[in-house]
Design a protein around this ligand. Structure first.
Ligand SMILES: Cc1cc2nc3c(=O)[nH]c(=O)nc-3n(C[C@H](O)[C@H](O)[C@H](O)COP(=O)(O)OP(=O)(O)OC[C@H]3O[C@@H](n4cnc5c(N)ncnc54)[C@H](O)[C@@H]3O)c2cc1C
Length: 292
């Protein structure tokens, strides 16, 4: 199907993009990689009157470390991140960058665009929740920093209001005692997740878990934090039994929809299985054995 008619406006600076977004308000949509927006327009699920193309803004294409954060600009693409040699220092982020869609989609798709699209089965929101990421949003009054929990409002809805744009996403830099992992089940390479889970843990000096971030995807209207599992892990030594209990909490709260990828019962069970696997891999990356 062809998209409904729309105007195309190319922004040559962030200021120009902001001016266009404010001029057209709710009629305008930002065009980043176009990997979600263009298909949605072709199916007429989205009918923006104006596309504001930010692709000329090369200064938004960055992957850098700054002030204890991994900072990804609005035009940082999955493929660029995947090819960043030092990204292995961020195991959770590196895991995701290798499994989003397929290599062709990753060539154009942006991490910030994925968060702004907020597909319930999207990969980046799950990792961002577990990692306690932040998104910088630019509006008429200036920039504001939004925690990922507040950013992901509902399916395909975020805290970015009409006339605003997301400038970058920030992931905290892991300490020596922090690791994480991302697990995804997909029907075939390039498919959205049937189920997905992200885990991040930080150990205290005595080997107990000081901080935990656990989230599941394709298990509700948006990626979902498993707060009960995080609470269970905090203050405890990682063991096989503890990981199993955390996984059970994920299966309990997962609220997936049945579709061609699987039944509700299957997806709930897989949310638990994947949280368990992600925790095991995070532990093993920290040198903890015997948790599998
Ligand atoms: C075949 C196929 C398979 C896919 N499989 C997966 C998958 O397995 N997992 C997965 O997570 N995703 C998958 N995707 C989606 C893909 O990862 C998209 O690239 C991503 O969701 C959106 O990034 P984008 O840069 O292409 O954004 P676009 O499509 O350009 O934009 C998406 C939405 O976000 C808004 N937006 C973009 N950037 C900004 C910004 N800076 N500020 C405010 N709003 C903004 C747009 O206006 C639009 O509403 C798949 C896509 C395809 C085509």
């Amino acid at each position: 199907m062809f998209p409904a008619a729309f105007d195309y406006r190319r922004a040559d600076s962030a200021d120009e993009a902001m001016a266009l977004l404010q001029q057209y308000g709710g009629d305008a949509r930002i065009l980043a990689g176009g990997q979600s927006l263009i298909p949605a327009m072709r199916f007429r699920l989205a009918r923006p009157a104006v596309l504001v193309d930010i692709n000329p803004l090369a200064d938004l294409d960055y992957v850098r470390e700054q002030d204890g954060m991994l900072v990804l600009g609005a035009l940082a693409r999955d493929a660029g991140l995947e090819r960043t040699p030092w990204i292995a220092r961020y195991p959770l982020v590196a895991d995701v960058s290798a499994v989003v869609a397929d290599p062709v989609v990753r060539q154009m798709g942006t991490i910030v665009g994925s968060l702004c699209h907020n597909d319930p089965a999207g990969d980046w929101a799950v990792a961002a929740l577990a990692a306690r990421a932040q998104v910088v949003v630019r509006g008429a009054a200036g920039n504001r920093v939004v925690s990922i929990d507040d950013f992901l409002v509902d399916s395909f809805t975020t805290a970015v209001a009409d006339g605003e744009m997301a400038l970058e996403v920030r992931f905290p830099t892991p300490s020596q005692r922090t690791s994480g992992a991302y697990e995804k089940i997909e029907r075939k390479v390039g498919d959205f997740a049937t189920a997905a889970a992200a885990a991040k843990i930080t150990l205290a000096a005595d080997g107990t878990i000081a901080e935990a971030g656990i989230a599941v995807g394709a298990a509700g209207p948006t990626a979902t934090r498993v707060a009960a599992a995080e609470a269970l892990l905090r203050g405890e030594k990682p063991t096989r039994e503890l990981i199993r209990a955390a996984a059970d909490e994920a299966a309990k709260i997962a609220d997936p929809a049945a579709d061609t990828r699987g039944s509700v019962a299957y997806k709930k069970a897989m949310a638990g299985v994947l949280v368990g696997r992600a925790l095991v891999r995070a532990c093993e990356r920290l040198g903890i054995e015997g948790v599998r």
